[in-house]
Design a protein around this ligand. Structure first.
Ligand SMILES: [Zn+2]
Length: 408
């Protein structure tokens, strides 16, 4: 009995150079043991899928932004959900680009996606958690999946597909977890500038297919070449490939692994070609993805997730985060400047002067005077200083402020 299968959590879709997708199945720190114990245990409510029933997956998008550019619009997020639905239902506008030889294999998976309408606490939601983060960029170490590391905690992965949208270091496209991993990390990560089909997107990854590909992993699909030379992806109707394809080959792309003249199925979403080159899943891939929803399968609980139904929500949605308004820097000014006999200091933006030290240096760095300020508008007598340029240093360490003073 095959008791244990080792699955490697997929980390994929880096970009090399300007516009080349690369997606090795690399470990990003965790090997997931996928065995019977990971599977959803049967309970009174579990049921099997009905053949070809429409399966709708509630999605929560955790949008993590550090800058205004990364704070992509609701419309851009909605455009990604539409792209997922078009691609998984084979309603995409470019089905005509599927070569005739492969058209008989192209499937409507009858899997759909909605932005969640009910959050884990039963409140109404638009399925988007918009959250400001102090993290400038995230790495492939799952930091975006935890509030404690500047990310946002997953919603219950038995009921929601968690998609984290953020800025990834190196402008990686994204990565996904296979079914059966740690619940708090379950889901998909996508870079903000390859998410959706409208907005400020990075060509040639501007048709939402990074998410289509990654969600395919989340539903158990492997890369077409099985991540090894002429490897097997576990799907019967995808031809063996020597390796991945970049950009967009022309049909037929025949390699040493090809068993017929049709060659690679490079337009399948589980290859690594450009967004505009991809346009199909196969019936075999459909069966494999849908098997995850069967009784005992790792995504079976989604058959009982009602988070797409807004009528079940109670309570108002939680408010979005916004970019914090930058506070003006606490500072200090002097007047008059240039000065004759005395100069007065004036604090700005809640800067506190009382008790701070003030040291006067000449431009050679020699300390000429030192005093402790005794009020918020102290006056300093500079009558004895020769004419010239001086530095008044107020405070110490990070609180230190330097003022250039011209003595007449
Ligand atoms: Zn991949």
């Amino acid at each position: 009995m095959k008791s244990v299968l080792l699955f490697v959590t997929a980390m994929c879709c880096f970009v090399v150079g300007e516009a080349q997708r690369i997606c090795g199945t690399l470990e990003y720190g965790l090997r997931v043991q996928h065995n019977a114990s990971n599977k959803t245990s049967a309970s009174t409510w579990s049921r099997d899928t009905v053949p070809n029933e429409m399966i709708t997956i509630p999605v929560v998008v955790h949008l993590l932004f550090n800058t205004a550019e990364q704070n992509i619009s609701d419309e851009q997020i909605i455009s990604q959900i539409k792209a997922l639905n078009n691609d998984y239902r084979r309603l995409n506008a470019d089905t005509s680009n599927t070569p005739d030889a492969f058209k008989p294999y192209a499937a409507d998976t009858r899997i759909m996606f909605c932005l969640a309408q009910v959050d884990p606490n039963g409140r109404a939601t638009k399925g988007i958690v918009r959250k400001h983060t102090n993290v400038e960029y995230f790495l492939g170490d799952d930091g975006m999946k935890f509030s404690g590391s500047g990310g946002d905690d997953a919603w219950d992965c038995k009921k929601y597909l968690n998609i984290w949208v953020c800025y990834m270091f190196g402008r990686s496209l994204g990565y996904a977890t296979f079914p059966g991993g740690a619940p708090e990390k379950d889901g998909v990560v996508i870079n903000y500038d390859v998410f959706g089909t409208i907005g400020n997107l990075r060509a040639p990854f501007n048709k939402g297919r990074t998410a289509t590909h990654e969600v395919g992993h989340w539903l158990g699909l492997r890369h077409l070449w099985g991540d090894e030379s002429c490897g097997d992806d576990g799907v019967g109707d995808t031809p063996r490939q020597l390796s991945y394809n970049f950009n967009c080959p022309s049909f037929p792309h025949v390699t040493s692994c090809s068993t017929d003249g049709n060659g690679d199925m490079f337009m399948d979403y589980m290859d690594l070609t450009n967004d505009a080159c991809m346009n199909m899943f196969t019936y075999g891939q459909k069966l494999k993805m849908r098997s995850a929803f069967a009784n005992g399968g790792p995504r079976n609980t989604f058959l009982n997730s009602y988070a797409c139904d807004s009528s079940l929500a109670t309570g108002a949605p939680l408010p979005d985060d916004t970019l914090p308004v930058a506070k003006p820097r606490a500072d200090v000014r002097s007047y008059p400047n240039p000065a004759n006999d005395q100069v007065t200091l004036m604090p700005l933006n809640e800067y506190v002067l009382t008790g701070k030290e003030c040291v006067v240096f000449n431009m050679a760095g020699m300390k000429l005077m030192q005093l402790t300020l005794s009020s918020e508008k102290p006056t300093i007598n500079v009558a004895k200083l020769p004419a010239g340029v001086y530095i008044l240093r107020i405070g110490q360490g990070g609180e230190k402020r330097n003022i250039k003073l011209i003595k007449l």
